[in-house]
Design a protein around this ligand. Structure first.
Ligand code: HEM
Length: 402
């Protein structure tokens, strides 16, 4: 087991439990199922830790924030380098390592001396708050490797994403050199972390784009629903052995024990969706909206029978490729689209996989035929190599730089 695993991951396999309790689709039958005693204990624990008083270690074999149970909030940022000085960037990653280890423990990034004529090092807005399960996850792009003169170290797997059918990518949400994903059960904690990391790097980096987002995480036992109202994340693997198969890269280079992160900023046309009748909505996914069960089945985690799903349904097209990916997406809502007067909202889609080709194969199959394409537009994109975790005394990206 990795050190960054949280309470539920250590104590039980959520899907197995829901299956056993027979409440996969119907919601949480607290106190009613045969397993209620067991469940009640977990729920008390869940309440305790939902206050955020549960730290997730920064150090470990893998970076936290990838297979860690999802938190309620994300602040995601993509940065551009404005230096090609490798030593400067190595120093920045060392500083970020030091800062991150403190931030996830709920500490100030630096304690200041007594000189009140200097600005405080830590911006201070989380003083008095606990870390709210903060995780910080770092990745670099192929452009980063080029700018740093490290192209010879580019893994074979790390190919550029090809153009996909129907995407309408905007430069301002596409590409970039470094990605940092901050997730926490509190928005201000996630924002504070990014703000202080950026502040430390101002001499070497600029911000390209950022996105905050939210997920309907309650007691962490139910799959969160996206803005179309459907449970999203059901098919994700949950076991440590499956993570090795799907998420963690096992190549013999600096990406060993890391993972490739695909990011898509996907606009969701909610007004169009909200005018669509329930049957059509369900046909779009091939799952029932209320229970989350696949067509022809009763419960959320029942096995999908592809032959029972419409040929253009999202789940059928995503599953028939047989290339599993691990999704960790957040909804966003950014006010009103000035040109249409409609909600500017959607999904900050994030998937982790050991080989980016799995994402490419799935998205290629979805791109042209997915019925959901009537209701979404992909407008941003990025592919980042997220390093392995950091052992104490080491620093982020060390195996790449040395
Ligand atoms: C706004 C965009 C999207 C929405 C609203 C959405 C929603 C959903 C929903 C509701 C499910 C069924 C429940 C589940 O297993 O999670 C699902 C499954 C899935 N989606 Fe998406 N999705 C979106 C984009 C994508 C993209 C861009 C990809 C990858 C390229 C993707 C890959 C998958 C996969 C692999 C599954 C599981 C299929 C299976 O094995 O059963 N989705 N999605």
């Amino acid at each position: 087991m990795t050190k960054d695993e949280t309470f539920f991951e250590q104590k039980m396999d959520r899907r197995e439990f829901l299956k056993k309790a027979g409440i996969g689709g119907a919601g949480l039958a607290l106190g009613l199922s045969g397993a209620s005693a067991f469940f009640a204990t977990k729920t008390d624990e869940a309440e305790k830790i939902s206050d955020g008083d549960e730290k997730i270690r920064f150090y470990g074999k893998h970076q936290a924030g990838i297979t860690t149970a999802m938190q309620k909030n994300i602040y995601f940022v993509v940065l551009d380098l404005h230096t090609t000085d490798k030593d400067k960037i190595i120093q920045l990653f060392k500083d970020w390592t030091d800062y991150s280890a403190k931030l996830v423990e709920g500490e100030l990034v630096k304690k200041d001396g007594s000189n009140a004529l200097l600005p405080p090092t830590d911006t201070g807005e989380t003083v008095g708050l606990n870390p709210h399960r903060l995780t910080l996850t770092f990745g670099v792009s192929a452009d980063f490797l080029k700018k740093m003169g490290l192209e010879s170290k580019r893994p074979k797997l790390f190919r550029d994403l090809p153009p996909f059918p129907k995407e309408q990518l905007q430069d301002k949400y596409t590409g970039g050199d470094i990605a940092i994903q901050a997730c926490a059960d509190d928005e201000q904690v996630a924002f504070h972390a990014i703000r202080n990391l950026i502040r430390k790097g101002r001499n070497s980096i600029t911000m390209k784009w950022s996105q905050s987002g939210f997920a309907a995480i309650g007691n962490r036992l139910e799959t969160p629903r996206n803005l179309f109202g459907f449970k999203d994340g059901t098919a994700n693997v949950t076991k440590e052995s499956d993570f090795d198969q799907v998420v963690w890269t096992d190549s013999k280079d600096w990406m060993k024990d890391g993972s490739y992160m695909a990011v898509r900023r996907i606009q969701m046309h909610l007004e169009t969706w909200d005018r669509t009748n329930l049957q059509e909505q369900e046909n779009t996914f091939g799952r029932y909206k209320d229970s989350g069960a696949p067509f022809g089945k009763k419960n959320e985690f029942d096995e999908v029978d592809l032959s029972l799903l419409p040929v253009d349904s999202h789940v059928r097209l995503a599953k028939e490729v047989d290339k599993p990916i691990y999704r960790r997406s957040y909804s966003y809502s950014d006010g009103i689209d000035e040109t249409t007067g409609q909600f500017d909202s959607g999904l900050l889609f994030i998937s982790y996989q050991k080989d980016p080709d799995s994402f490419v194969k799935v998205q290629t199959n979805l791109g042209a035929d997915d019925k959901m394409n009537e209701y979404i537009t992909h407008i941003g994109s990025g592919l980042f190599a997220c390093f392995a975790g950091v052992e104490k005394g080491g620093y982020l990206g060390q195996d790449l730089f040395e």
